[in-house]
Design a protein around this ligand. Structure first.
Ligand code: SF4
Length: 315
């Protein structure tokens, strides 16, 4: 797989673009995820023409449509930022981004819970950074997160799973359009989809089953929309345990009573959150290899992202 292209707030890469001339380098993003990713850094405040260093800014007014204002001298930067952002998001279409990682709490780049101040100087954490809002409205299906939320292992796993899946889907889209390519992609991602939402799993199964009733363009468009909506839904230990038990069913004939008992116990310990998901997954991978199980061998669920990212090892 070629490197995944992700947009990112420039200061998270260590670029000294913050109002005070500093940065907010995030080692996980630069050193770990960075091995698999080509970043497209964007600093809205610098790109819209503001210097470094500069006066800090904040959101003020109605949390639903706040103004972007400098904190001390109260210069209103809203129109300048909106003009630049609306043009920039159109240019970004060329980059074929698979997602964006925003700097949390920033009045320009924060994707949620950004402070918005009223005229008395009181803040509510209900705002969205001005560039982040325009970006998310322009690319509603793209996976996005901020670096603060990525410290939560479950959210980190979810984002990484989404961007790797979107990358695989984009590779399908670079091939000649065909119903067969969608069916093949769907077949390999079935259990991954099931781990996010049994309901969407049914819906997508029906969509693929009636694929030939749709024009190829409609099929691609509908499939991509439901795929991204599905992966946004979080997996849980209960949903994953159901998938693991479903996989166990493929070894009915091969496993001894003892082996079945052991696997059931491991799945149950995972369901109760005593052990991480990587433990039952590793055991099942062992049986998939040992018995050369053809359907499970191709399931992305068993290997959705590089092991080096050390996901699925939290409880
Ligand atoms: S948070 Fe956004 S606007 Fe602020 S320095 Fe970082 S990239 Fe630039």
């Amino acid at each position: 797989m070629k490197k995944i292209t992700l947009g990112i707030s420039s200061c998270l890469l260590g670029e000294t673009v913050r109002y005070d001339g500093g940065h907010k380098r995030d080692r996980f993003l630069t050193d770990t995820l960075g091995q698999y990713v080509r970043y497209v850094p964007i600093c809205p405040e610098v790109e819209c023409g503001l210097p470094v260093p500069r006066e800090s800014m904040r959101l003020e007014g109605d949390p639903g449509s706040p103004r972007l204002v400098t904190s001390r001298t109260k210069q209103d930067m809203t129109d300048r930022m909106i003009r630049w952002a609306e043009k920039r998001v159109v240019e970004i279409e060329e980059e074929d981004l698979c997602g964006f990682i925003f700097k949390s709490d920033s009045p320009s780049s924060g994707m949620e819970r950004v402070s918005v101040y009223n005229e008395k100087g009181m803040a509510v954490k209900k705002g969205i950074g001005m560039f982040a809002r325009i970006f998310m409205e322009h690319f509603p299906l793209l996976p996005v997160e901020d670096e603060g939320r990525l410290h939560d292992p479950a959210l980190r796993e979810n984002l990484i799973e989404r961007i790797f899946t979107l990358k695989r889907w984009r590779e399908v889209m670079t091939k000649k359009e065909s119903w067969g390519n969608v069916v093949d992609f769907h077949t390999k991602h079935k259990l991954l989809i099931l781990s996010h939402s049994p309901k969407h799993y049914q819906t997508m199964g029906k969509l693929v089953a009636k694929a030939k009733e749709l024009s190829i363009k409609e099929l691609y468009q509908q499939y991509q929309t439901i795929l991204m909506e599905t992966l946004q839904l979080k997996t849980t230990s209960k949903k994953n345990a159901n998938v693991l038990q479903h996989m166990m069913g493929y070894f009915k004939e091969q496993l001894s009573a003892d082996e079945k008992q052991e696997l059931l116990e491991v799945i149950d310990s995972y369901r109760q959150e005593y052990i991480p998901l990587i433990v039952p997954i590793t055991l099942i991978q062992h049986y998939v290899r040992k018995y050369n199980q053809p359907y499970l061998k191709q399931q992305v669920y068993l290997n959705p992202h590089p092991l080096e990212l050390q996901l699925r090892n939290h409880v």
